[in-house]
Structures are given as structure tokens and as C-alpha cells.
Write a protein that binds this ligand. Structure first.
Ligand code: ZN
Ligand code: ZN
Length: 189
């Protein structure tokens, strides 16, 4: 299995966000031997994925489409990045979704940057903070695709109920999660 994480823009999103994210993730996943590649063309959002009552997109519908796309293309890991508000099942909103992998060969995850902006809460925009939050949520969701579950340590795999939780967790794995990650990817190419 090739050690590549593909970043996929989904819908209308500023490409610069992905360029910064790629740089940050490269720095993080380098120690595990993973390359980060930005896919050039955005994947459009579908009307069938929009809930006009909630005025949000259904994260699981988008993610399921991403999974099919991953399989067709033969990608091992894809992180979809959106700039629309998303919900998942009974949760009013989510920062992202991912599945624990059924097998090691592929995994897909999704994050939305919409609620990571200070702007969203009518506060003064802070680009550095915005980029850090995206970085944390991206590592978190990708972590799930490497078999990591939610963690109660001081760790990026801690579940975020709200933005405060995201801000409090560090942009890295705790020792236990780092060990699990190392074991998981041990027999990658
Ligand atoms: Zn999670
Ligand atoms: Zn942990």
C-alpha cells in the first residue's frame, strides 16, 4: 500500500486553505512516512446531499460518496475538505466524520472548516487559529482512518463537542495513540 494521503476539495472552498493544510499535515505525517498530495479538481457537492430543512449537508452521504471514489481511484487515504456546514445523524453539527477502517487498504474522512472560523461566531477573524483548528481536526479524522478511537488523554484524538474542546487539545497524538498508529502502519509498504 502506498503511503499517500490525498486531500480532496469538496464543493466550493478556497484552494489556499488546502495548501496550508497540506504543508501542516506533511510536517505531521512525515514521521510515519506518508506523503500528502492535493488533488487538483474539486468534487462537486450534490443537491441530494443537502437537507433544505436543516440548511446543512449530510456528512455521511458526502463521505459515502468519497469512499466509492477512493475505491475507484485506488487511493489508500483521502481527506475531503468542505466549506459548508455539515451534520451527522443526530448531531446538530460536526467538525468532521470518518470511519474506523474495515481493512487497512483504504479509508476516507471529511472535515468542514465552516465552524472553525471565528467569523462564524461573530468574532474577529484569526487566521492562525483557523489554520491550527483545521490542522487538528484533519489529524483527528485521519487518525480514525488509521484505527484510532476517541481518547481521553491530552491528545488530538479527544472528541470535540464544541470549538473550545478543539482549542484545548494539542495538534498531536498522546503516547498511546502514537504507539497504536505505529503498529497500524507497520506493515504498510
Ligand atoms: Zn472523532
Ligand atoms: Zn490519545
Amino acid at each position: 500500500m502506498k503511503k499517500i494521503i490525498y486531500l480532496q476539495r469538496v464543493g466550493d472552498i478556497e484552494p489556499g486553505i488546502l495548501i496550508v493544510l497540506k504543508k501542516n499535515l506533511k510536517w505531521f505525517f512525515n514521521k510515519y512516512g506518508f506523503k500528502i498530495v492535493n488533488l487538483p479538481n474539486p468534487l462537486p457537492l450534490l443537491e441530494s446531499e443537502y437537507d433544505s430543512f436543516k440548511r446543512q449537508y449530510d456528512a455521511l452521504k458526502v463521505k459515502n460518496r468519497l469512499i466509492k471514489y477512493v475505491k475507484i481511484k485506488g487511493y489508500t487515504r483521502v481527506l475531503g475538505v468542505l466549506d459548508v456546514d455539515i451534520f451527522s445523524k443526530l448531531l446538530n453539527f460536526v467538525f468532521g466524520v470518518a470511519d474506523l477502517p474495515k481493512n487497512k487498504s483504504f479509508g476516507s474522512a471529511l472535515i468542514s472548516v465552516t465552524r472553525l472560523r471565528e467569523d462564524f461566531y461573530r468574532r474577529t477573524e484569526n487566521v492562525t487559529l483557523f489554520e491550527l483548528r483545521i490542522h487538528k481536526e484533519a489529524i483527528h479524522e485521519l487518525g480514525h482512518t488509521f484505527g484510532l478511537e476517541h481518547c481521553t488523554n491530552f491528545c488530538v484524538m479527544k472528541f470535540s463537542n464544541d470549538l473550545e474542546d478543539t482549542d484545548q487539545k494539542p495538534p498531536k497524538f498522546c503516547e498511546e495513540c502514537a504507539n497504536r498508529m505505529a503498529i497500524f502502519i507497520d506493515d504498510f509498504e
